[in-house]
Each structure stands twice: as C-alpha cells, then as structure tokens.
Design a protein around this ligand. Structure first.
Ligand SMILES: Cc1cc2nc3c(=O)[nH]c(=O)nc-3n(C[C@H](O)[C@H](O)[C@H](O)COP(=O)(O)O)c2cc1C
Length: 185
C-alpha cells in the first residue's frame, strides 16, 4: 500500500512535522510505504476561481492554474491512502492545506460518485500548538471536505502541546491500523 502524508506547516521541525513522522513510522512498521510531502515547499498557490467561478476543474477535472498542484494531484490520485496533517491556525487549517484541499475538491467533487478519491481512506490530524483551541472547527471543515471528494475518513485526531506525547503514539497506532487493517467489511 502506498500512502502519502501531506504536511502543511511552514515549520519543518514543529508539531506538524512530529505528527507526520509518527504517521510515517506507524505505516513503515506495518510494512508499507509512506512519503511525507511538505506542501509549503511545493509551490501550490490558491484557487483562482477562474472565469465566472469555474475553470477546467468542472469540465476536465484538472486545475488550469499551472504550478506544483498538477504533480501533487497525480500523486494523490495514485496513493492508496492519504494522511493530512495541518497546524491549527485561527481554528482552521493552514493556508497551504486550504490551497491544496480547495483545488483537489474542485477537481474531484465535480465527478460526484466517480471522484477518483472515492472510498480512499483518509486520516486527518489537527495540530494546535498554541492555546490548544480550534482543533474541532479545523477537523470539522476537513471532514466536510473529505465527504465532498467522497473519501472515507479513517480517523480524526487532535493534538496539542500537552497531549503531544500520547497523541504521537495515537497517530502512530492509527497510521499502522490504516494500512494493516483498513476499514472492516
Ligand atoms: C496564524 C496562526 C494562527 C494560530 N492559531 C492557533 C489556534 O487557533 N489555536 C492554537 O492552538 N494554536 C494556534 N496557532 C499556533 C499553531 O497551531 C502552532 O504554532 C502549531 O504548533 C503550528 O504547527 P508547527 O509546530 O508545525 O509550526 C496559530 C499559529 C499561527 C501562526
């Protein structure tokens, strides 16, 4: 099983990075392959809501804004499962996570049940390193996003500064289970 772990913090040595590494450890301990992709290093800009609101996302299910998104879109479609880790900013996902998720949603949600993400397991992690507030609202919008693209949410995990130690273990265990067990029939 091939998994991509999307890391969406500008900080490559913080809580988000620790969560991504814990996930990768869990997946590799289960004998599967996981690649961490650092969104902030991938030149992925915001959705431009092309034309009157829709560009080729609606008709061709590709994004016409040419940057790093096209390669990431393909990598995402080729992966068997996705782990998305975002720092919590203002109770929401990070700007880079928003850019990626918005553009992917436009290309895939417009396919309805034919979405190429349909049924794909997704593990969503919100890392709040400040007050610890805002993980629920952050995950709420990510859960809705996963539903729009017809993916299946395997788990939603919150982590903050004081839950860090045991939540990193949880993330490792959840990532292991994601590839070793998947969803029950
Ligand atoms: C613009 C901004 C808004 C933030 N908002 C929140 C917040 O709502 N709740 C919280 O607990 N932390 C908040 N933080 C702190 C981040 O969640 C924290 O720094 C987190 O650890 C970032 O992940 P990192 O360690 O990968 O950088 C915010 C940080 C920034 C830069």
């Amino acid at each position: 099983m091939k998994v991509i772990i999307v890391h969406s913090s500008p900080n490559t040595d913080g809580l988000t990075a620790a969560c991504a590494t814990a996930s990768q450890d869990g997946i590799s301990h289960a004998g599967h392959e996981a690649q961490i992709l650092v969104l902030n290093q991938m030149n992925i800009g915001l959705c431009q809501a092309c034309n009157d609101g829709w560009g080729t996302c609606r008709t061709l299910h590709t994004c016409q804004v040419e940057d790093g998104f096209q390669a990431l879109h393909q990598q995402t479609l080729q992966a068997d499962a996705l782990v998305l880790v975002t720092p919590v900013y203002w109770g929401e996902m990070s700007e880079s996570a928003k850019a990626f998720t918005d553009r992917l949603r436009r290309c895939e949600a417009t396919l309805g049940k034919e979405s190429r993400m349909a049924g794909k397991p997704i593990l969503l992690i919100a890392a709040a390193g400040g007050s610890g507030n805002g993980t629920v609202t952050c995950l709420l919008s990510l859960e809705r996003w996963a539903q729009h693209i017809q993916a299946r949410v395997f788990d939603l995990i919150t982590v903050n500064r004081w839950s860090r130690d045991y939540k990193l273990q949880t993330i490792q265990a959840a990532s292991h289970a994601l590839v070793a067990r998947g969803f029950p029939d």
